[in-house]
Design a binder for this molecule. Structure first.
Ligand SMILES: Nc1nc2c(ncn2[C@@H]2O[C@H](COP(=O)(O)OP(=O)(O)O)[C@@H](O)[C@H]2O)c(=O)[nH]1
Ligand SMILES: [Mg+2]
Length: 205
């Protein structure tokens, strides 16, 4: 089950027109005014969520996925993921309680937040909710879009995306594009759909 705060998934997936700078200039005047980037822009993504939610497994799955090719590892918890010529720099940030206060040191220039939730972890959904609204209120994340992965959907006792959406009152979030996607990081199911939503947001802007 997929709900979407801005637009239905897939409507913009094919909107992947080339960069302006790749278009042949029509006149010398245009050639002077059009930007011509040598490297494609890199979109910064932070992967957050409580410990044990599945953040590292998700990043690992992105790296393994055949349709996503990757560049060499930059650091132990940062990977560059390329999906259809869109480059993402993904930061997998530790979620233990002691580390959560350091999340804000990663916020500057973040375009996308991936919030990973262990859908079986009913006891800590309130903590996740608090962390979510703290992030959304943070000045450095005012322009960020948020993808919520309701992970561990393979588990019998997992909450549905609808239950999680309602608990997090996602429909009340009007100032950030958001999207919730059920997934299973172990098999990779649902991950590409989530990544495609991010990619559609990145190319739409
Ligand atoms: N059943 C199930 N287990 C998962 C899933 N995703 C991650 N796990 C397990 O949950 C545990 C925590 O995963 P990890 O990626 O280390 O979580 P992190 O602390 O958020 O980085 C590991 O034992 C994973 O194998 C999933 O979709 N289903
Ligand atoms: Mg981890």
């Amino acid at each position: 089950m997929v709900r979407n705060g801005t637009r239905m998934l897939g409507t913009l997936v094919s909107n992947m027109g080339g960069l302006v700078g790749h278009t042949a200039p029509r006149s010398p005047r245009l050639a002077l005014t059009l930007p011509f980037p040598r490297t494609p822009p890199e979109h910064k993504v932070i992967i957050v969520g409580l410990d044990n939610a599945g953040k590292s497994t998700i990043l690992y799955q992105f790296l393994m996925n055949e349709v996503v090719h990757t560049c060499p590892t930059i650091g132990s918890n940062v990977e560059e993921i390329v999906l259809r010529k869109t480059h993402f720099l993904m930061w997998d940030i530790g979620g233990q309680e002691a580390l959560r206060s350091t999340w804000n040191t990663y916020y500057s220039n973040t375009e996308f937040i991936i919030l990973v939730i262990d859908s079986t972890d009913r006891d800590r959904l309130l903590t996740t909710r608090e962390e979510l609204y703290k992030m959304l209120a943070h000045e450095a994340l005012q322009d960020a879009s948020i993808l919520i992965f309701a992970n561990k959907q393979d588990m019998k006792e997992s909450m549905t995306t609808v239950e999680i959406s309602q608990f997090l009152t996602l429909s009340a979030i009007k100032d950030h594009p958001w999207h919730i996607q059920g997934c299973c990081a172990l098999t990779g199911e649902g991950l590409l759909a989530g990544l495609q939503w991010i990619q559609s947001q990145a190319t739409a802007n």
